[in-house]
Design a protein around this ligand. Structure first.
Ligand code: FAD
Ligand code: EPU
Length: 337
């Protein structure tokens, strides 16, 4: 018999630091324990939590929260160029990145210091500083909730996109990811295409580039830009950066001469949501316990006892004003529960 905890505060389990209760709660350390919890849970709604760094809880959860504690890192295959590493979904992402660097396995160094677990990383194809997880992703194993059976998904089957995967779309709520296999490189090809990395390497006086140096530079940039959830509650970028048609971009540029943009291979143009939100006047605004971060307006913050519903309401108002000013609809990146 599985012993579920009841009426559990989720405040320690989400980086926004929102108070909300789970009707039932269980932490699972093995896939077998997860399978038996699922078999016994009845028809309750389910919420899987890794590090809780990409969720906004807006109410008590009237179902079962499954906290992922699956651990283990194992080399499963090796050839001249690559090393295939299977990582249990509950491993901390950044600790895994540091482990790769210590072993000289290249490919994830640009993704240093992203909070959360390995199992949640494919959910939105985490990305930063010119790299996305899909570039080093080989396959994952996930438990189908309806059948309790483990299935394997390869890179193509995950349908990765910018902050997207099949697990946020057609298969939303249907699978629990239990492990991920990464295809890492024995020889590094350094990715310093993101301007700030090269500048930071220069500032830090790095003369010989290495995956450790890139990781250090990324950590340095992130610490200077993003609030630490241990100090101020947040879930990173609240919205995705919108991608618009070139024609719409030209139209906007005629009115907003300084609008920053990045041309995408698809022909679309990416506009930084942070700029749109700042121009709409939200940067650094505080409303009681919540607000818009003073250095990075794409990050909504909880200064202490903020409520999830108030943050959702603030996000809606930001969305509305950006839409009124620019005709662009911002889409949340954070999973609103
Ligand atoms: P959670 O928040 O626990 O879960 C996120 C979603 O995935 C939820 O819907 C949850 O139900 C589901 N889920 C979690 N685990 C599983 C599983 N095993 N199986 C199935 N579903 C699951 N993201 C980026 O991409 N790039 C960044 O640069 C970045 N920077 C950030 C900086 C800060 C300060 C913060 C707070 C967040 C940042 N994020 C970034 C967002 C976040 O770190 C990532 O989305 C991360 O992958 C979330 O992991 P988690 O374990 O905390 O997921
Ligand atoms: N900007 C402003 N005002 C500001 C801050 C930024 O106008 O106060 C504009 C500038 O034009 C700047 C641009 O926004 O050049 C981009 O800002 P930044 O480099 O901080 O990156 P971002 O687009 O806000 C994205 C990701 C981050 C990721 C970084 C680095 C999304 C939604 N966010 O942020 O991911 O770490 O790039 O690659 O794609 C996350 O997903 O949670 C996350 C933090």
């Amino acid at each position: 018999m599985t012993s579920f905890k009841e009426d559990v505060s989720l405040k320690p389990y989400n980086t926004f630091g929102i108070e909300a209760k789970a009707k039932r709660f269980i932490a699972f350390h093995t896939v077998t324990k997860l399978q038996s919890a699922l078999a016994e849970q009845g028809s309750d709604a389910l919420l899987v939590l890794g590090g809780g760094s990409n969720v906004l809880l807006t109410q008590d959860f009237q179902g079962l929260v499954l906290k992922n504690e699956l651990k283990g890192i194992e080399v499963v295959e090796e050839n001249e160029e690559h090393i295939f590493v299977k990582v249990a979904a509950g491993e901390n992402w950044h600790e895994f990145v540091l482990h790769c660097i210590s072993q000289q396995w290249a490919g994830v160094e640009n993704l240093s210091l992203i909070p959360g677990t390995v199992g949640a990383a494919p959910m939105q194809n985490i990305g930063a500083y010119g790299v996305e997880i899909r570039q080093v992703f080989e396959s994952l194993e996930a438990l189908e909730i309806a059948t309790g059976v483990l299935k394997t998904f390869n890179n193509k089957e995950c349908e990765f996109g910018y902050r997207e995967s099949v697990f946020k779309k057609a298969l939303k709520g249907k699978f629990i990811i239990t492990s991920v296999v990464f295809k890492l490189n024995k020889e590094a090809s350094f990715n310093t295409s993101y301007g700030a990395i090269q500048t930071t390497l220069d500032e830090l006086g790095v003369t010989e580039i290495s995956i450790k140096a890139i990781s250090d530079a990324v950590i340095h940039i992130r610490q200077s830009k993003l609030p630490d959830p241990a100090e101020i509650g947040n879930a990173g970028s609240f919205f995705k950066n919108p991608e618009i048609d070139k024609i719409d971009y030209e139209g906007l540029k005629a009115t907003f001469l300084n609008i920053p943009s990045y041309a995408l291979p698809s022909g679309m143009v990416k506009i930084p949501a942070a700029w749109l939100i700042e121009q709409a006047g939200w940067k650094g605004k505080t409303f009681g316990e919540i607000g818009v971060h003073k250095n990075q307006p794409l990050v909504l913050v909880n200064y202490g006892n903020g409520k999830g519903l108030d943050l959702k309401d603030l996000a809606f108002k930001i969305q509305q004003s950006v839409s009124d000013k620019f005709g662009i609809l911002l889409t949340p990146e954070v999973n609103i529960i």
